[in-house]
Design a protein around this ligand. Structure first.
Ligand SMILES: *Cc1c(COP(=O)(O)O)cnc(C)c1O
Length: 376
């Protein structure tokens, strides 16, 4: 039984032995650590949880949906699209709305329809880590644009890169994850114009739009007359429904027609639709949580400045900060105190989600201790 020794031993080797697509070989899956710690401030969830009245409304709505689970759900999720259009405003009609299981699936469907083999998608790193993974999964080439100093992206620079690279899809993340800052609408306008030649679909990922600072404008205002512009949103952050998986977009009606060609039939379960509808109808208490989160976010920015660090201006529910001599040591020190934050792999930096008041206090006081140790 000598050839036993030639048998692959590790899972990695066994995976390599499978007839996997060449372009997926050596790729790594999305892998933000899911550790069981008391204070989880690493994936920008809504830390305040689902308010009691919303929980009860969802429970009632789901209970009703359960009675007809023997039937396929409304394939067109008509009621949900109406509710989403009403929520977004800006004169949007239900036929301009589309939803899927998280905005990740919305983005994947966009790439299935407008990307794919022989086509390319442009992103501007550091940005949302899922863009290259979704591109890989759909066989779309991922092009990496460059940012200016302090991770800013100006209209001129973005437009020039779009003209040079002529992508089929452009990802603009606003506010950008991991840096937290919103893009000016001038950038979106310039990119859209520059993409005329390559007829690119321009996606503005506004996952954190509800946390924007006063005066920040949504790209929704730019939709009229721009049939290649798409604005994606999610209920995972402001609506505290990361576990429910509901993302959506607003665009020209013909964009949603394109997505019907690639979506799986009945992709939005009756339970998901019932959950999202109940949350949208009872959003008042959710929106007051958003205000509380913004308050904690602003508090983090102020405190980090006091500690001599450099937080980026944040339009989101998280803060990206630089100025750390040894971010890994700080990350570990925080974890030892039960506080999980995100090391996004950018030198001297970490990212933290705004927690509840007590979670934020725990983060700030532990961080201060760790920085003092450094000085001692
Ligand atoms: C969290 C996040 C999303 C949301 O993903 P879902 O699939 O809706 O949970 C989308 N885009 C960005 C930039 C994010 O940070």
């Amino acid at each position: 039984m000598n050839d036993q020794t030639a048998q692959p031993t590790s899972r990695e080797e066994r995976l390599a032995g499978l007839p996997l697509r060449e372009d997926l070989r050596g790729q790594h899956p999305y892998g933000a650590p899911q550790l069981d710690v008391p204070i989880m401030l690493n994936v920008n969830e809504n830390t305040y949880g689902v308010p009691q009245d919303v929980q009860e409304a969802i429970t009632r709505s789901v209970r009703e949906a359960v009675s007809s689970l023997n039937r396929y759900p409304d394939r067109e999720f008509t009621e949900l699209r109406e509710a989403l259009a009403e929520y977004l405003g800006h004169g949007l009609t239900p036929e301009q709305l589309w939803a899927a299981n998280g905005s990740n699936e919305v983005l994947q469907q966009l790439l299935q329809a407008f990307g794919g083999p022989g086509r390319s998608a442009l992103g501007f790193p550091p940005t949302y880590s899922m863009y290259p993974l979704l591109a890989a999964g759909t066989g779309t080439a991922y092009l990496k644009g460059v940012r200016d100093a302090d991770y800013e992206l100006t209209a001129d620079s973005a437009a020039r890169q779009v003209r040079e690279l002529a992508p089929n899809v452009v990802f603009l993340c606003s506010p950008n994850n991991p840096t937290g800052t919103a893009l000016g609408l001038d950038v979106v306008e310039a990119v859209y114009e520059a993409s005329e030649a390559s007829q690119a679909i321009v996606i503005v990922d506004e996952a954190y739009a509800e946390f924007a600072q006063l005066g920040t404008q949504s790209a929704l205002t730019l939709l009229p007359g721009r049939p290649r512009l798409v604005v994606s949103r999610t209920m995972s952050k402001a609506f505290a429904l990361a576990g429910a998986r509901l993302g959506y977009l607003a665009a020209a009606p013909e964009v949603t027609d394109a997505l019907r060609l690639v979506r799986l039939p009945y992709h939005l379960s009756a339970i998901t639709q019932a959950t999202a509808l109940a949350a949208l109808r009872h959003r008042a208490s959710l929106m007051s949580e958003v205000e509380a989160i913004k308050h904690q976010r602003d508090r983090i920015v102020k405190e980090l400045e006091r500690l001599g660090l450099r937080p980026a201006s944040s339009d989101s529910n998280f803060v990206f900060f630089t100025g750390l001599a040894d971010p890994q040591r700080i990350w570990r020190g925080l974890l030892e105190a039960g506080v999980l934050v995100r090391d996004v792999g950018i030198p001297g930096s970490l990212r933290v989600t705004a927690g509840t008041e007590s979670e934020t206090s725990a983060f700030l006081s532990r961080l201060e201790e760790l920085l003092e140790e450094e000085q001692a």
